[in-house]
Ligand binder design. Structure first.
Ligand code: ZN
Length: 647
C-alpha cells in the first residue's frame, strides 16, 4: 500500500515484530475505524469522511512527509478539535504507540483538556482498555502525565510557569492547543517564547518530528495567522460553483442576502452565497452539492480547467483554514442568523466572533484606533520651510491638482527616488472665480486656463518634473472638456481620472504600450489613447490613498515616511491635515455585498481634496520611479524641463 510505504519514510525503520514489518493505518483509516463521534448531530455514530469530504482531504494531507508542522485553524462547530487535536493524540499514542506532549497555555488546564476533550472520544474507542487503573489519569485530581498500559506517555506542558517543566522531557510528537493565548503581550524574545520551547522538545528527532496545532485565528499579527498563512502553506478548501463550474474559496464578502432582511426568519430564508465567478446565488442544495466534491488548494495556487495550477509554497508548515460555510454542522440559514444578529448589535465582540470563529480570518483592530488624526499628522513636521530650498534628499518633484467648480487645490511633493520618502514642499488653493463673483459668474475656458497656468508656473519654478491633473470635473459653461484641452499640448502635464478599486474596468480609449504600471501592492496606473489622440490616465485612487496614509504611519526618518514643512505643522494650516484625515479606509457592512473596506468620509465635516492631490502626485512619483528603474529616464536632481518621456 502506498500510504504504508510513505509511513516508512516518515517514521524511519518500522517496528519489527516476529519478523514481520508492522504497518500502520493512515489517519483516514484509523479515524474511520476507531472514532465514534462524542457530540453534535451525529453523536454516537462512526466518524466518516463521507459526511464532510473535506475532512478526508485534511487527513490525507497529514500523511505527507513534507509537513513537519501542521497548523489547523477552522471555524467553530466544524470538527476542528477532533481533526487537529484529539485525532493526532490518539493516532500517535495508540496506532503508532509513542509518547505525545500536549502543549497548552497553562498546565493547570491539563485536567480540563483531558476530561472534556480527550476522554469523551477515548472512552468510546477500544483503547479505553489501555487506560491506567491506578495513578494519574485514572480518576480526577491534578496530574501532568498519563502512562497507558501499553507504555506510551501523554504529557501536558504549560506555556506559563518556569522553564524547568518544559525542558525535562522529549517526544517526537507535540500537539498544541490555543497557541494564540501563549503569545505573551508585547515583545517576546525568541528564546523565552513558550511555543518554541515546547516545540523544541522534539528537536532530537529533527525532520521526523511532528508538531500539530489546533487553533483559532486572532489578529493579523497573532501567531496562528502568521503560522497558517504567512509562514505556512495557507491552504484552503475550495468549492465548485454548480453554475459556472469555477472553483473558489467561500469568502465573507460573498455571503449576502441576510442584511436587508427585516426579521431573523427572513434573514434565514434569504441568505445566499454569491459565486464570485458568475454571480449565482447558491441555495442550500447548491452548497451541499459543492461540499460533496471539495479540493484543497495551497496559497498562491488556483484551479483551472479542473487542475490545480501553480507551485506549492516552499515550507514545511502545513497551514489549513476552512470556514463556517464548510461546516456540515451549520446551514446557510444558521450562518445568516449569526450575521443578522451581529449586524444589529454592532458590538465589537460580535464582529470578532464572525471574523475569527466563522470565517477564520484575523480580526482587525477597531478602525477607530487605526485612524489617522490631524494632530498625529502634525507630528510629521520636517526641518524645512515651504519657501526655502528643498531638503537635500529630494530627487524629483511632482505637482498634483484637483479641480472644483470655483477653485482648485494643488500640492507640490518632493520624492527620494530610492524609497519614495516624501516631502510636501508647497500646497494651496487657486481661485478660478473670486468669492464675490461666484453668484453671478460661471467659470469659462479663459478663467480655468488662467488658474491652471498660475499653478503650472509655480510648479515649474519649483522644478516639478510632471503635473498630474484630475479631469473628472467637466465645467458646464463649455461643451468642450476645458481641463483636458488645457492638459493636451504639454508633455509634462498628465490628464487623469480617478477610479475606485472596483471601477478599474471603467475605462475608455485604445491600448498603448508602455504606459501601464502596477505597484507591489496591486495599485494600478495606466493610460489609454483617446479619440483626440491625447493620453488619459486611469488611476486606482483607492490604492494610492492607502499609500499616502501609509506614508504618515511610517515613523519619521524611516524610509518611505512623509515629511511636512513647518508651515503646515503650524496651527493656521491645520486644514491641510484635516483634508488628509477626512477620509478613512474602513470596513463597512453593505447590503448585497457583505463586509467591504472602502474610503469613507465618516463625519462629512471636512473636505478631502488635498488627500486626492497627494494621491495624484503619488501616481506621478510611482511612474517616474518606474521609468527610472527601467532606465528610460535619468534620476538627475530636479532638472528644470527634464526629458520626461511621455508616449
Ligand atoms: Zn459560478
Amino acid at each position: 500500500m502506498k500510504a504504508s510505504k510513505q509511513r516508512q519514510e516518515i517514521y524511519g525503520t518500522p517496528w519489527l515484530t516476529m519478523g514481520l514489518v508492522k504497518t500502520f493505518r493512515t489517519f483516514r483509516e484509523f479515524a474511520e475505524a476507531e472514532i465514534i463521534l462524542p457530540s453534535g448531530p451525529r453523536e454516537g455514530l462512526q466518524f466518516s469522511t463521507a459526511y464532510a469530504p473535506w475532512t478526508g482531504l485534511v487527513l490525507d494531507e497529514f500523511e505527507r512527509p513534507d509537513w513537519r508542522r501542521i497548523f489547523i485553524a477552522g471555524a467553530v462547530q466544524s470538527g476542528k478539535t477532533l481533526l487537529g487535536f484529539c485525532l493526532p493524540i490518539l493516532y500517535h499514542l495508540f496506532e503508532i504507540g509513542e509518547d505525545v506532549i500536549v502543549g497548552c497555555p497553562d498546565v493547570a488546564m491539563a485536567q480540563d483538556i483531558w476530561s472534556q476533550r480527550i476522554l469523551p472520544i477515548l472512552n468510546r474507542t477500544k483503547y479505553r482498555a489501555l487506560l491506567p487503573a491506578k495513578g494519574a489519569g485514572s480518576r480526577g485530581g491534578r496530574f501532568k502525565a498519563v502512562q497507558f498500559n501499553h507504555g506510551p506517555v501523554l504529557r501536558f506542558m504549560g506555556a506559563g510557569g518556569g522553564d524547568a517543566q518544559r525542558s525535562s522531557h522529549t517526544a517526537r510528537v507535540v500537539v498544541l492547543t490555543e497557541i494564540d493565548k501563549m503569545d505573551a503581550p508585547g515583545a517576546v524574545s525568541r528564546e523565552t517564547d513558550p511555543v518554541r520551547q515546547i516545540e523544541a522538545r522534539t528537536s532530537a528527532y529533527s525532520d521526523s518530528a511532528r508538531i500539530y496545532a489546533e487553533c483559532t485565528v486572532s489578529i493579523p499579527e497573532g501567531r496562528v495567522w502568521q503560522e497558517v498563512h504567512e509562514l505556512g502553506t495557507g491552504s484552503r478548501i475550495f468549492l465548485q460553483c454548480p453554475g459556472c463550474k469555477c472553483w473558489n474559496y467561500p469568502e465573507r464578502e460573498n455571503f449576502t442576502g441576510w442584511l436587508e432582511a427585516g426579521t431573523i426568519l427572513e434573514a434565514r430564508k434569504a441568505a445566499r452565497y454569491k459565486c464570485p465567478g458568475c454571480g449565482r446565488l447558491w441555495t442550500e442544495a447548491d452548497r451541499l452539492k459543492a461540499l460533496k466534491r471539495p479540493r484543497l488548494v495551497h496559497k498562491g495556487q488556483e484551479i483551472k480547467a479542473g487542475r490545480i495550477k501553480g507551485p506549492e509554497p516552499r515550507t514545511n508548515t502545513l497551514g489549513i483554514i476552512w470556514t463556517g460555510y464548510h461546516s456540515p454542522m451549520m446551514t446557510t440559514a444558521d450562518l445568516a442568523e449569526i450575521h443578522w444578529r451581529a449586524a444589529r448589535t454592532e458590538t465589537e465582540e460580535d464582529e470578532k466572533y464572525l471574523c475569527q470563529y466563522i470565517w477564520a480570518v484575523p480580526y482587525q483592530l477597531k478602525a477607530e484606533e487605526d485612524k489617522l488624526t490631524p494632530s498625529f499628522i502634525q507630528g510629521h513636521g520636517g526641518d524645512y520651510d515651504m519657501d526655502g530650498e528643498a531638503p537635500a534628499d529630494v530627487d524629483f518633484l511632482i505637482c498634483g491638482i484637483d479641480i472644483q467648480k470655483f477653485w482648485l487645490y494643488y500640492v507640490i511633493e518632493g520624492y527620494k527616488a530610492a524609497d519614495l520618502t516624501e516631502w510636501t514642499l508647497d500646497f494651496g488653493v487657486q481661485e478660478i472665480i473670486p468669492p464675490e463673483l461666484r453668484r453671478t459668474v460661471d467659470p469659462d475656458q479663459a478663467k480655468v486656463f488662467d488658474a491652471l497656468d498660475a499653478v503650472k508656473e509655480t510648479a515649474l519654478k519649483k522644478g516639478c518634473r510632471a503635473i498630474w491633473v484630475d479631469t473628472g470635473w467637466k465645467h458646464t459653461a463649455s461643451t468642450r472638456h476645458i481641463v483636458r484641452d488645457w492638459c493636451r499640448p504639454d508633455p509634462q502635464v498628465f490628464a487623469l481620472v480617478g477610479r475606485g478599486h472596483g471601477q478599474m474596468g471603467a475605462i475608455s480609449g485604445s491600448r498603448v504600450k508602455g504606459v501601464r504600471y502596477r505597484a507591489g501592492d496591486g495599485t494600478l496606473i495606466h493610460a489609454r489613447r483617446q479619440a483626440d489622440k491625447s493620453l488619459l490616465w486611469f488611476l486606482d485612487v483607492d490604492g494610492l490613498k492607502i499609500q499616502v496614509h501609509h506614508g504618515f504611519r511610517i515613523p519619521l526618518d524611516l524610509p518611505g515616511c512623509h515629511y511636512l514643512p513647518r508651515q503646515i505643522v503650524r496651527r493656521e494650516n491645520e486644514w491641510f491635515c484635516r483634508h488628509v484625515c477626512a477620509e478613512q479606509y474602513l470596513a463597512i457592512q453593505k447590503p448585497g455585498a457583505g463586509l467591504v473596506r472602502e474610503w469613507t468620509n465618516p463625519y462629512r465635516r471636512w473636505r478631502h481634496d488635498i488627500l486626492d492631490c497627494l494621491a495624484y502626485a503619488r501616481a506621478g512619483a510611482l511612474y517616474v520611479k518606474y521609468q527610472m528603474d527601467q532606465g528610460k529616464i535619468g534620476g538627475r536632481k530636479r532638472r528644470r524641463h527634464a526629458s520626461y518621456t511621455k508616449v
